[in-house]
Write a protein that binds this ligand. Structure first.
Ligand SMILES: *[C@@H]1O[C@H](CO)[C@@H](O)[C@H](O)[C@H]1NC(C)=O
Ligand SMILES: *[C@@H]1O[C@H](CO)[C@@H](O)[C@H](O)[C@H]1NC(C)=O
Ligand SMILES: *[C@@H]1O[C@H](CO)[C@@H](O)[C@H](O)[C@H]1NC(C)=O
Length: 374
């Protein structure tokens, strides 16, 4: 398609749903499916990843897809290019983040499909190598501006936590629950290894199912009981106990920061974002396994997790499109706070320093300062 015509012409593509995937296997889950064909239009967008230069849309433009490239820098760069391209009218578009993730066996299991209320940038902290930490530190991660682990950060960048529309999540979960999820014998066998540990037995040993729990973003792909627990604690700390860490991925806070800024610019609606992550691997070993073996061992749930992106996700996409006139065009009103820790979109965050009774940190001089514009 001619980009110049698209940007200057009157008629922009106005998707009802924009699917956001991060790498090819997640993207391909949506190709050659009976429900719709997003390869009917390929639109090259300046600023997209060289690996994935095109946005893909159905002929009528109602359903589109982007593959961002992996980790925070690719996610933020691609999403920014998308929202500021001028090719699309995204003011009423629902964004479905649809990717695979690591999973916390205390909360859910491989093959599960999760929907998040909170996305937490857990690695946005100071770090000391575990071999050099003081004896009384349970982890080498210390929140920025704090002096010990698990102390509320004194410096906020604003991307630490994003909260999404709970009413929309409830609708998405209801759609996803119509899916028959895919599972394999190898995945079932891998789940069983976790059942011996009482901390994991319930949530990790049966499945796959649809679960409401929250997502952690970190460029660092980590493995192990201690880092898993450290980031559980970070999620609890940053969300004032509201968030439950279950999935770990490398993009979502970046994607959400772009959509928050685009909402401030009047280009997107932050109440129309669904964060769906399916579980491909455990974030920590089972009892008796090492962290290294967990990291480098087999991942039998990779294929089911990719399949379940489509199986659950297509129900969400079709639910929104078929319920457009009745419900989704006008939007699903959020009854919870949505946005970031600064209250950028208005309202009072139910997490962050304001809700702990301490005040929002002052701007500080020096190398590390809080980047907030009042
Ligand atoms: C869009 O690109 C895909 C490959 O990425 C190709 O299979 C498809 O035919 C293309 N669609 C059009 C309309 O050219
Ligand atoms: C990332 O976003 C999630 C929710 O979308 C939020 O809960 C989390 O706090 C964010 N993390 C950071 C570090 O901003
Ligand atoms: C997580 O928090 C718990 C409870 O405060 C604490 O006992 C534990 O040492 C912490 N773990 C890590 C790895 O930070």
């Amino acid at each position: 398609m001619n980009l110049k015509r698209a940007t200057t012409g009157v008629k922009k593509i106005q998707p009802k749903v924009f699917i956001i995937d991060m790498f090819l296997p997640e993207g391909e889950a949506w190709y050659n499916i009976p429900e719709f064909n997003v390869l009917e239009q390929n639109i090259t967008i300046p600023g997209f990843s060289p690996l994935y230069p095109d946005a893909h849309c159905t002929e009528d433009g109602s359903i589109c897809q982007v593959i961002t490239g992996e980790a925070e820098i690719n996610a933020a760069s691609t999403l920014s290019a998308l929202v500021y391209s001028g090719v699309f009218d995204l003011t009423t578009t629902y964004f479905l983040i649809a990717g695979i993730a690591g999973i916390n066996p205390k909360v859910a299991t491989i093959g599960d499909v999760t929907f998040a209320r909170f996305a937490v940038q857990v690695a946005l902290q100071y770090e000391i190598d575990a071999r050099e930490i003081p004896a009384d530190f349970p982890t080498g991660y210390v929140p920025q501006g704090a002096v010990v682990p698990n102390q509320y950060p004194a410096e906020l960048y604003g991307t630490e936590v994003f909260e999404l529309n709970v009413a929309l999540r409830t609708a998405a979960v209801a759609f996803a629950n119509k899916a028959t999820l895919y599972d394999t014998a190898a995945t079932q066998a891998a789940r069983k290894l976790y059942a011996y540990d009482p901390a994991f037995a319930g949530p990790s040993s049966s499945g796959p199912s649809v679960v409401e729990c929250d997502s952690a973003t970190s460029d660092v792909y980590f493995s192990g009981a201690l880092l898993g627990e450290a980031f559980e604690n970070t999620t609890t700390l940053f969300t004032n106990g509201l968030g439950v860490y279950c999935t770990t991925q490398q993009e979502d806070n970046a994607t959400l920061e772009v959509l928050l800024r685009a909402t401030l610019a009047g280009l997107t609606d932050f109440s129309r974002i669904i964060l769906m992550r399916t579980a491909s691997d455990f974030d920590r070993p089972y009892e008796g396994q090492t962290a290294v073996a967990n990291l480098f061992g087999d991942t039998p749930a990779f294929e089911p997790s990719v399949q379940n992106i489509y199986l659950a996700g297509v129900q969400v996409v079709e639910g929104i499109v078929s319920g457009w006139a009745d419900t989704f065009e006008q939007g699903v009103k959020a009854s919870n706070y949505i946005g970031d820790v600064f209250g950028s979109l208005g309202g009072e965050p139910d997490f962050g320093p304001g809700s702990t009774g301490s005040s929002i940190p002052e701007r500080t001089g020096g190398r590390k300062r809080m980047l907030r514009s009042f």
